[in-house]
Design a protein. Structure first.
Length: 118
């Protein structure tokens, strides 16, 4: 199994920055991709950014050029650097690990609140 725990959320003014961290433990060698998702009140959970085991990244159009996903392999963490934050970025942010081979499983964290004030 793979376990993930998020940290780093908080309250920030529009235009500010936050960095989210996702600590990963367990069968790390089985991970094929790590992602950050978010869910705003009354909305569906959406993909924000993903990084594959090979290092390739993909972003939602709404965050391209502002958010950066990266890995710190030495610390077994996945980071989401969020710059130029907007009020519409307000949501609970979740870390997700995709792992396995024939069957892909998902491990979710408990979420961390990000609130951007205008």
């Amino acid at each position: 199994q793979v376990h993930v725990v998020e940290s780093g959320g908080g309250l920030v003014q529009a235009g500010g920055s936050l960095r989210l961290s996702c600590a990963v433990s367990g069968s790390i060698f089985r991970i094929v991709a790590m992602g950050w998702y978010r869910q705003a009140p009354g909305k569906q959970r959406e993909l924000v950014a993903v990084i594959s085991s090979g290092g390739s990244t993909n972003y939602a159009d709404s965050v391209k050029g502002r958010f950066t996903i990266s890995r710190d392999n030495a610390k077994n963490t996945v980071l989401l650097q969020m710059n130029s934050l907007k009020p519409e970025d307000t949501a609970v942010y979740y870390c997700n690990a995709e792992y396995g081979s024939v069957v892909i499983l998902h491990s979710w964290g408990q979420g961390t609140q990000v609130t951007v004030s205008s």
